[in-house]
Design a protein around this ligand. Sequence first.
Ligand SMILES: [Ca+2]
Ligand SMILES: [Ca+2]
Ligand SMILES: [Ca+2]
Length: 416
Amino acid sequence: MKNYLIRGMTLGFLIMSCHPGFAGLLEGFNYDTDGEAQTDWVVTLYSGAGSGNVYAEKTNKTEGVSSLKAVYDYTGQTYYTMTMTKTLSTPIDLSSIKRFRISIYGDTANKDKLTWYIRFYSTTGHTIRFLDMDRLGDTGWRDVDFDLVDLTSDYWVSGYWGHYGDNPDITSINKIELILEQTNLATAPGTSTVYFDNLQMFDDSNQIIFEAIDNFNYATEGELESVWTTKTPTPPPTGFAIDIATTTALKIEGTAAMQYDYAIVDYWRNIWCEREIPAARDFSDIAFFRIWIYGDPAISDKSPLMLFAVQDTNNNRVYANMRTALKTGKWSCYHLSFIVDDPGTGSLDGPFRQDQYDNGGDFVIESVYKFGLNIQGSTQYESYSSTCVIDKMELGYRGFVPEPQTSTFEPWALYE
Ligand SMILES: [Ca+2]
Ligand SMILES: [Ca+2]
Ligand SMILES: [Ca+2]
């Protein structure tokens, strides 16, 4: 539980007044006409979900000329939703944002029959979302704050293989969705009216502790290779290649990054690079990982797959996919919610999945000691060489930071 329940209006006000951290209005919901609101937020209702629409609300608002009024005639079908989608003309970079705040005007009569959540889409087609456990709340305005540690992957998006195929690049968000969802208490049809306004971004948080796993600021290739090791199969297949090196030409942080050269000569074979941490550690509290990758547009027509693997002391592991970044000529920041599928129950919570080819046991989250950055070919008929660059690998978890700032501890980095 830790200290996050301390978060409240009084503390929030004190912090805001000293260290605003305000990083911009992400969405003001400001429209002159209902038509403008309906063009900006496209409503989707699938069969059985009922009907609904959005409107420009000029009177009941917390910011600007209007709020977004959402009216949902729901059906009494649990999990059916009204989805409001805004597509951004230019993708936005949320990699420096640590928390958000939105005003919502709830509906006492329907507060337990509907819940709401907000979903951020990346250009990779994958998402992170905030699900408000307080559901709609009572009639009247309230501010809802959520931090990066409150965001999780939405495994319903893109289906079973969705988050296994790829994960969100947080530097490239191109769609925002607001969803009203019927709960198990919505047992009969009804109508609810909800308002949204003033979605703000902040670049500080007193709820998240970041730790650097590795910033790759090694002075020499030898120093890098004393921490990160590569593996070559015995015997190596013809044309197989893997090499890591320090680069100062491309970096997102500090003095250097890791260049990762590889040649794919067959498919589903791991090109494997790994590092250990000094001592096994319980990762139960870890909310997410972030990894910056600079890819190679020359292979944009190929199907490489990068995996981030988290391994326990018994050499069992889970992994998440980072596919798109290997093919783009830009820095991508992969945001990986550290939610692990339970292979025993077949639950699909992802995006971290048990490796079927590890040591044969279930991954034990309480004793993590190794990370892997693995590249595979995923198509039988492809053979090619490429290079990517890796920097700023970090993790985040919920912890109370007395001052609203990023607190960075680097207990694992040997050369910082
Ligand atoms: Ca507004
Ligand atoms: Ca090397
Ligand atoms: Ca660096």
